[in-house]
Write a protein that binds this ligand. Sequence first.
Ligand code: NAP
Length: 453
Amino acid sequence: MVARPMRVAVIGSGPSGMYAADALIIQQEIPVTVDVIDKLPVPFGLVRYGVAPDHVSIRSVRDTLDKVFDKPGVRFIGNVEVGVDISVSQLQEFFDAIVFTYGASRDRRLGIPGEDLDGSVAATDLVAWYCGHPDADRKTFERLIPSATAAVVVGVGNVAVDVTRVLAKTVEELIHTDMPEYVFETLRRSSITDIHVLGRRGPAQATYTTKELRELGELLDADIVVDPSELVFDAASNEVIASDKAIARNVEVVKEWAKRTQSEKSRRIHLHFLSRPVELRGDDRVREVVVEHTELDGRGGSVGTGKTFVISADLVVRSVGYRGQALPDVPFDATHNVIPHLDGRVQGDCAAVGGQYVAGWIKRGPTGIIGTNKKDATATVASLLADAANLPAAPLPSTEAFDDWLAKAGLQVVGNAGWRAIDNAERELGAVSGRDRTTIQSSQDLLRAAQVI
Ligand code: NAP
């Protein structure tokens, strides 16, 4: 057992990282200090840059996560990219243990012809744009959205529902959120009238949740359109409907929508099932999506029928899941895009890698709700604490030595005080237009608000 407090670095300040930091700091048995390191100048990962801004109550989780930084022994080390600014092996010289909680930030691809046409984008990029992520490709979305008339969203998970809802809402329905001003300006100029959402399996196999789904049918100026002929249920579907109340509720919602008649609203959301894109066609930009009808295979999957139809669309958003990325010096399972582990202990070829742990999406893949990460991170921390007795007794360089290293590397680190200054600046910016907060988007502006430049 080490005589001084154990020093733990948590890599990534999204929900799993913050829950891991909290689990480490609230336990009484082993004295611990935690540095939560994030490549961005601001904490909270997908709570800030993934949860839809109009889901105000889910986003308020960040107030809970923020309280972790008030606890003695927890520091935010923002604007430091592990694997770029500092390697994992360098980090190991300063910390007894490292917990990787950097999530799964990359998009998955469709692998179909035309996917790289202009106007074909990843949901992750669209979400980053409307949440005000520092890396958001503003030029692309501020050009594409005002010039698009119809969009196709591929996938029927909650992210697909989020992007569909944001594209279908009026600005008045979003104006209370913390979206940056440029998002409102662009959405105000949107000429999108039709949004087609494609599920490649049936209504009983969609992965969205009922609460999120229902919102699509309650929008101010968008109708929801469901073709009753696509509501197909095989024996496998009926089995899951009978055994899973959440799926039964999802199915009831779409059945009710299939009976609706269209109103005079200016936008339409067309929810398609048994439909998968096979090709994007266009010229200087995507113009149409070739969609193949599928049929259920009796085992919960679907197969192509060879029958196709065409949807005219000049914006295609693939929302087919996230994937994790490898970090140099850390084992990686390239098939599942996760860090291999046993009970949260990172596994090398034959054994656990001493001092390395993993939690969240980079541990189990991009699934579950925010709360799922609490249980997950707590379980990983339990493994870490159980190993504490075996940590090397040799004194490690101090906190100050780590800070000196970062300073000598010329890094503009945003600490707890810097984050508090950004937080205040965003609240003040929001107050100007009567909102709780407005997200500051650019890195430069964030660093300026943090007073590190
Ligand atoms: P997801 O739920 O896994 O949805 C991915 C969707 O893409 C599925 O409909 C999937 O269909 C489809 N898909 C995958 N590959 C495809 C392909 N090649 N062609 C056509 N369709 C394809 O993932 P997600 O929507 O990215 O969400 C990630 C996680 O975050 C989920 O756990 C989600 O619940 C959570 N989340 C929650 C909220 C919320 O609680 N409000 C909001 C956003 C995200 P198959 O099912 O047929 O593979």
